[in-house]
Write a new protein. Structure first.
Ligand code: B12
Ligand code: SF4
Ligand code: SF4
Length: 361
């Protein structure tokens, strides 16, 4: 339970910190200034098949916070670091699966939403009245990174990530919209990328397109490995499969190469994000064998508390087939032959592609 003694911006920020959010700031601006960029991005089709982003009501709501909370007066924007103290990615071992750092522990939607609810209860006690609020973690129709920059949490890197000079970019964002009259924080105004272009050069699929005339970084999400392995429900375009390597869920490459994620970025102190043993560089063969034995429902049960559930059984097997094909070792053939007889046509097609890769070597 939090105890907010004074209901002002600094009191609210201090309590957010006490709840484990490393950074917090307040935004009072109601209208988005990035909405036109967002619309242009949708018009160019760079969101791929993420239809939820283009729903007209959701697009409108991104433009105005009042449409999500009618009595909106201020938003508390928080960050929650997720990268662990040890680099657990198995570099250079193509027989093991890489799961993006953010997805190795408990699902952040649950973790952050629970804490934002605690924060709202603390604010209510301090205000001495019921507070109208909405929690948004990722899934709400909110441009979270625009709000975070306004709240002073960082700048937009060329990799499109929100980056803080002392905290890097391995952090989630959460937003608490309220009807409280808190004072606004100072927006983050500097840009620390300079002439660096490491992320642009490192992206294996060419998804990062640099900055446009307004200075906004642009991504072709339809080419991003994170999209291809998580959001895309159908077949992965064949020409992009080799570039995915052994990344079976999400991608961190454009953050790994970023100098701001070096020595200054402190590791998370949050136990909920500690990696599960089975998602911490597992063998591709073992993970694929395990999931082949599961029904769709059993998969959802097994990964109920993990971001990995979003890919669903068939999506995860599709990704594992691509990674096994990219590894290309003959040991991968037996599990792929099983996958080639799976009940899912999606899995069968990707298993056939992978077996072909092994035969071609
Ligand atoms: C859709 C989505 C994706 C898509 C598209 C990503 C993208 N870059 O747009 C995919 C599936 C590819 C994806 C991947 C990842 N995601 Co994601 N994703 C989202 C989501 C739900 C919406 C983002 C969105 O609207 N994108 C559309 C673009 C156009 O909008 P935008 O990113 O908000 O910001 C743009 C504008 O503000 C504009 N802009 C910037 N400066 C300026 C200046 C001016 C003057 C103007 C006009 C505009 C402008 O440029 C930005 C980029 O185009 C957000 C949560 C949310 N509700 O915001 C999480 C979110 C962005 N994702 C997050 C994470 C952690 C990831 C991954 C790291 C996961 C992983 N390891 O695989 C990767 C990172 C890939 C990358 N380099 O971005 C975090 C990012 C935290 C951070 N520190 O930035 C978020 C905020 C979720 C959260 N609550 O923590 N994601
Ligand atoms: S997450 Fe990976 S694929 Fe996506 S833009 Fe970054 S480096 Fe490219
Ligand atoms: S790698 Fe370089 S260009 Fe890319 S976000 Fe980091 S500092 Fe900016």
């Amino acid at each position: 339970m939090v105890d907010i003694r004074s209901l002002d911006r600094d009191g609210a920020i201090a309590e957010a910190r006490a709840l484990g959010f490393e950074m917090a700031g307040v935004v009072t601006r109601e209208e988005s200034r990035h909405l036109a960029h967002f619309r242009k991005w949708l018009e160019s089709g760079r969101h791929g098949t993420m239809a939820y982003l283009e729903r007209p009501d959701a697009v409108r709501r991104r433009g105005s916070l009042h449409l999500t909370l009618r009595t909106f007066r201020s938003a508390l924007v928080v960050s929650h670091a997720y990268a662990g103290p040890h680099p657990t990615t198995p570099p250079g071992d193509p027989s093991r699966a890489i799961i993006a750092r953010y997805a190795r522990g408990r699902d952040y939607h649950h973790v952050i939403t629970e804490r934002l609810e605690d924060l709202a209860r603390g604010l209510e006690r301090a205000a001495g009245r019921p507070v109208r609020y909405r929690t948004c973690v990722d899934t709400g129709p909110i441009l979270e990174r625009e709000l975070a920059a306004l709240a002073g949490l960082g700048w937009f890197g060329k990799n499109t990530m929100l980056i803080h000079p002392r905290r890097g970019s391995y952090f989630f964002l959460g937003v608490l919209l309220t009807d409280l009259p808190l004072a606004a924080s100072t927006p983050f105004r500097e840009e620390h990328c300079g002439s660096c272009r490491r992320c642009l050069d490192a992206c294996p699929t060419g998804a990062l397109l640099g900055r446009d005339d307004s200075g906004a970084p642009v991504m072709d999400a339809a080419r991003c490995i994170s999209y291809l392995t998580i959001e895309l429900k159908g077949a992965i375009p064949e020409e992009l499969r080799p570039a995915i390597g052994n990344r079976v869920f999400g991608c961190d490459i454009c953050q790994e190469v970023c100098p701001w994620n070096g020595k200054f970025a402190a590791p998370t102190a949050e136990p909920a994000y500690a990696p599960r043993a089975d998602l911490d560089g597992p063998s591709l063969i073992d993970l694929a064998t395990r999931i082949l034995d599961m029904s769709g429902k059993a998969f959802q049960r097994e990964f109920a508390n993990s971001p990995v559930s979003r890919a669903r059984r068939n999506g995860m097997l599709r990704n594992l087939c691509v990674a096994l094909g990219n590894w290309g070792a003959p040991e991968a053939a037996p599990v792929l032959e099983r996958a080639a007889r799976d009940r899912s046509p999606l899995v069968r097609e990707h298993a056939d592609w992978a077996l072909e890769r092994i035969r071609e070597r």
